[in-house]
Design a protein around this ligand. Structure first.
Ligand code: UD2
Length: 288
């Protein structure tokens, strides 16, 4: 295989100098130009992997599905077996999208909700139940926000045991400014002197077994908090951040992997791969 493969000679002394490409616990941080897509695909494709993605479209958020699904066909793990699971209370409104060979969409019905906080917070629990069914048939899983579109490659460079995405809104800030849960009575609590990065609730993933574990711990902590009458500041995103503080991700994806359309592109962002669309919260959320 290697004789036929053509890619630029790697250098061990030259590379990107404007960003950090490894964490203090030696997990790679994935930025454009730090990896060779042709080489990575040549390593991962022969493994015949199946990648699952979960996406929730509850209530008016079904309107985002068309763009999400159509753009995933152009950019998300092209050439791999991909199975997208759409969780929705409106299965009849899931758009029909033309799929390439090896790609599937399945729809799972979930209850509607009167509170967006609850929709956001219950995702981990439902994903956990799904993953138990997928044991033995799926290798990696990504949990993604639906109000987003793919604009560039998101592929095998992102595969690892536990994968976190650095939130585009806070990556220049000091840790004391991160919007972690700050009340010690919550299981998502983070002290002002703690924390590595602020990670997105809108995109994370890893191997099936690791995401099973992560979703179990985070949803249990959310429910236990609930019994104590506490809801973390950013629901499951807060619990996810606490989880990744205690269990360092084995790969960190730069904010290229979840940008936000309203943000001007910063110079270190050479490509936007996935980005949240601009939206009018008052018009689409079930509550204020
Ligand atoms: C931020 C986070 C998001 C989540 C949220 C807190 C990023 C960049 N953004 O995004 O991950 O932590 O704050 O809620 O990480 N949804 C529905 N129906 C609804 C409301 C939400 O299906 O009525 C689902 C949908 O999949 C959506 C996700 O929940 O993508 C998060 O929705 P959001 O609009 O609350 O998220 P947003 O963009 O403010």
């Amino acid at each position: 295989m290697w004789q036929r493969l053509k890619y630029d000679q790697p250098s061990i002394t030259k590379g990107r100098t404007d960003v950090v490409t490894v964490t203090p616990w030696l997990a790679p941080v994935i930025w454009e130009s730090t990896f060779e897509p042709v080489l990575l695909d040549a390593i991962f494709k022969p493994k015949n992997l199946t990648i699952a993605a979960s996406v929730f479209a509850v209530g008016k958020y079904v309107q985002f599905l068309k763009d999400f699904l159509e753009t995933s066909e152009k950019f998300f793990f092209i050439g791999f077996n991909v199975h997208i699971f759409v969780f929705t209370d409106r299965p009849q409104d899931v758009p029909k999208v033309q799929l390439a060979a090896g790609r599937k969409i399945s729809v799972r019905k979930v209850p509607s909700s009167k509170r967006w906080q609850e929709i956001s917070a219950r995702r981990m629990e439902m994903v956990h139940a799904l993953l138990r069914d997928l044991r033995g048939s799926t290798h990696y899983v990504f949990c993604l926000d639906v109000d987003s579109k793919f604009h560039g490659r998101w592929g095998s460079e992102s595969l690892s045991e536990t994968v976190a995405v650095v939130h585009p809104g806070y990556y220049g800030d000091g840790r004391s400014r991160f919007p972690y849960e700050r009340r010690p009575q919550s299981r998502a609590y983070m002290a002002p002197s703690d924390g590595d990065f602020y990670y997105c609730g809108g995109a994370f993933g890893g191997s099936l077994d690791q995401v099973l574990e992560l979703t179990q711990v985070c949803s249990k902590n959310y429910r236990d908090d609930e019994k104590d009458g506490v809801e973390a500041a950013w629901q499951e995103e807060s619990h996810l951040n606490r989880y990744f503080w205690e269990n360092k991700p084995s790969k960190v994806l730069s904010p290229e992997y979840l940008w936000q359309d309203f943000k001007p592109r910063n110079p270190e962002i050479h490509i936007i791969r996935f980005s949240g669309v601009n939206k009018n919260y008052a018009a689409i959320r079930p509550n204020a």
